[in-house]
Ligand binder design. Sequence first.
Ligand SMILES: Cc1cc2nc3c(=O)[nH]c(=O)nc-3n(C[C@H](O)[C@H](O)[C@H](O)COP(=O)(O)OP(=O)(O)OC[C@H]3O[C@@H](n4cnc5c(N)ncnc54)[C@H](O)[C@@H]3O)c2cc1C
Length: 415
Amino acid sequence: MSTGSCSSVGVVGAGIQGVCIGLQLLKKDIPTTIFDSTDLKERASYGNAGHFSPYAVLQLNRPDILYDIPRMLFSSNGPLALKWNYIPKMLPWIARYLKNCNKKSMLHTAKYMNQILDLSMEAYEEIFQEIDTTNLVEKKGIIYIWTNRNLKSRELEIKVRDDLGVKQKLLSVKEILDLEPNLKPVFSGGVYFDYASHARDPGEFLKKIFELFIQRGGKFIKENVKSVSQISAKETLIKTDSKEFKFEKSVIAGGAFSKKLTDQLGEKIPLDTERGYHVHFKGMDKLLNRPVIFLDGAFGMTPMNQGLRAVGTVELGGLENPASKKRIQYIVNCAKELLPQLGEHEDEWLGFRPTLPDFLPVLGPSKHNKNIIYAFGHQHLGWTLGAITGKIISGILTNEKTNLDLSAYSSTRFS
Ligand SMILES: Cc1cc2nc3c(=O)[nH]c(=O)nc-3n(C[C@H](O)[C@H](O)[C@H](O)COP(=O)(O)OP(=O)(O)OC[C@H]3O[C@@H](n4cnc5c(N)ncnc54)[C@H](O)[C@@H]3O)c2cc1C
């Protein structure tokens, strides 16, 4: 064992966080078992836009967005939607979120997102060396475009990134069209993160990391976890629907589903979900050279092996409501506005971003059970943050010293 003592770990969740944590633990020779009850397609890590976005320091808790929310909500054709039957349950989350839409909180979140985003790609580079990424990871940059409807918001984003030293290149309409000649020029400007990369099939990429975990001796149990508890100073207990398993330490990395388990541990962590959707336009991936995000519509398109993946919207509606046809239609309409040559879409998919009302993840020991570690709440950036989360959490499990200030990610900020 390379560092501090840990004889075994159980990890709940085989999304990108759980699998990256598992891989890091095996590197430290710690026997690790991952639990997950679902198939790959049910994970947020399967259907996301695939962007590795180390530049995305600014989150949705911002004063400027606060003023746009009423207009967005009451337009059936906007990027934000509610499932009204779920709103009473989500009111405490919404109240906390609105409280966080101020400059101080926005800058706090940006600072602590930047701290981990800054290390995110270095952490992935290690994984890129260990799996075959041919036709799976492309480094062609990512472009954000916009009209001049919300220029104040665009200026704010550019300034916050500048202040935090994030590299960005502003683009004119002509420069955007030079890079992406098929786009209909309905936009008035944009920004280019030329060092960014994307996955051409997040599901396949996740599968490869998972297979590496298994090849290296990791165990996987396909069962629903009913509870995680600490039963003594050196023992935690994971109870599935059919059995019980003991590990020295356990990790809850269940994405948007983590709250069921943390509620049992005497903590009221206000985790909820921002639902998002994707569709594919088969054979149309060649229309774009790289991912393009249209900020006015909060949607994007990524060239993938399945075709052109159109992704987006934020729908507040919990984990149980069915998918909304209107949201799918919204994404299809947005995609066709930019690329009128698109035909029929396929593969409608709904996924659950795990989001806390201050838009920071929870990374660290649970409040009352120090051998149960949390790793969830990565909202729109969980794909980017998988590898670095693996490193941070494996370090916490082995009591490694770190130069990072992890206090901002503690669950105790909600108590
Ligand atoms: C539409 C959309 C687009 C996105 N685009 C991007 C992007 O471009 N870039 C980016 O960085 N991020 C993006 N994200 C966010 C990113 O996908 C998520 O933040 C990330 O995948 C979360 O990973 P996770 O491992 O925490 O959760 P998941 O991938 O959801 O995995 C959690 C797993 O835990 C399992 N689980 C939970 N509880 C239990 C239990 N009790 N028992 C057994 N198993 C359990 C679940 O079944 C699930 O398989 C996007 C998300 C969406 C929805």
